[in-house]
Design a protein around this ligand. Structure first.
Ligand SMILES: [Zn+2]
Length: 242
């Protein structure tokens, strides 16, 4: 008899496979990221269908075969209906799933990632939050996730000369590990100017001060800067992983 494993997981990717099968990529509470094959799930009669779908939190049961882990049971815990009904929220969920897929390589339990995912999905499902606040949740996920993976950026002292940062002429340099001062940016001739307010947002995100964040007045320029800095940091992390 094969051993049946049971765990909970966030479904963050699905790919159709063969005639009627599907492979789900799941971040599970007990085993980290897993790919699980669901046999014949695209047939109308499949009893697995109702319990597992993209961006569901699901109880899964599976067996380890020679090549695949095969799904033997799936029951829904939470389907985050508000996330599903709103294209903008859905888009954020897709971006999160892409980052998970890109940056988590092995099957390894990680409680911190698990807790962060729970917080993130509950946040995205919360209709009391505006779409701007949902984007804050995205950045909250992004920076805390990278920090868990060991890429926490330096935001308090210059990443090169270690001098305490004073507001003013500051630069962001992924390669050096975070914010650098004006003098060092001249020396390395690299880095993007970053406003003190954006550094403040990043600090609050990493301190997990969501209540403060919601009260902040975030300008369009800050949003644009957050986008640019996050993208450049992500490509740096991807490069250093490969
Ligand atoms: Zn410096």
């Amino acid at each position: 008899m094969a051993i049946h494993y049971r765990t909970k997981g966030f479904i963050f990717e699905k790919i159709d496979f063969r005639e009627a099968d599907r492979i789900f990529t799941i971040f599970t509470e007990d085993f980290g990221k897993l790919e699980i094959l669901a046999k014949a799930i695209r047939k109308i009669k499949s009893k697995l269908r109702g319990g597992i779908e993209l961006f569901y939190l699901t109880n899964v049961e599976f067996v380890q075969g020679k090549t695949y882990k095969t799904l033997t049971d799936a029951s829904l815990i939470e389907n985050f209906p508000n996330l599903r009904k709103d294209l903008k929220r859905l888009k954020i969920a897709y971006e999160i799933s892409e980052i998970l897929d890109d940056l988590i390589k092995g099957e390894e339990k990680d409680e911190k990632v698990w807790d962060l995912l729970k917080e993130t999905f509950q946040g995205l499902n919360n209709l009391l939050l505006s779409i701007k606040e949902c984007w804050l949740i995205y950045y909250y996920f992004f920076w805390n996730f990278l920090s868990i993976l060991g890429y926490q950026p330096e935001l308090n002292s210059c990443s090169i000369c270690q001098k305490k940062l004073t507001p003013g002429n500051l630069y962001f340099n992924p390669k050096e590990g975070g914010v650098i001062c004006f003098d060092c940016s001249k020396k390395v001739k690299d880095g993007k100017k970053i406003e003190s307010d954006v550094i403040k947002i990043l600090r609050l995100i990493l301190k997990k001060e969501m209540n403060f964040l919601k009260k902040l007045k975030i300008e369009k320029t800050h949003q644009k800067a957050m986008k640019e800095i996050s993208e450049s940091y992500l490509s740096f992390v991807k490069e250093s992983q490969s």
